[in-house]
Design a protein around this ligand. Structure first.
Ligand SMILES: [Zn+2]
Length: 92
């Protein structure tokens, strides 16, 4: 019995306002969100760099988050860095 679906499950979710696809990373950070970043204007926005891909195929991407999501993101990253020591430093 799994409490959570696998992380690589890409659920296709479209923004309820503009109908564009919501990025999987956003859904990962904020499960159940119904709007894309552009339509979510209630809170100030923060830009964060996120690692994408795995193994030899990783790249850094910029994700724009609301303040609320940013806090959730930071929390998520802290949990991750506890588990994966050394991956929390993404300078250059
Ligand atoms: Zn939208």
């Amino acid at each position: 019995m799994n409490m959570y679906p696998p992380v690589d499950t890409e659920e296709i979710m479209n923004c309820i306002k503009c109908n564009i696809k919501i990025p999987p990373k956003r859904l990962e950070i904020l499960p159940g969100t119904k709007t894309c970043v552009n339509c979510s204007t209630e809170s100030p926005k923060r830009g964060v760099t996120v690692m994408r891909g795995s193994g030899d195929h990783t790249w850094v991407d910029l994700e724009v988050l609301t303040q609320e999501q940013f806090e959730a993101f930071e929390k998520l990253e802290k949990e991750k860095s506890k588990k994966n020591k050394g991956l929390d430093k993404l300078t250059d």
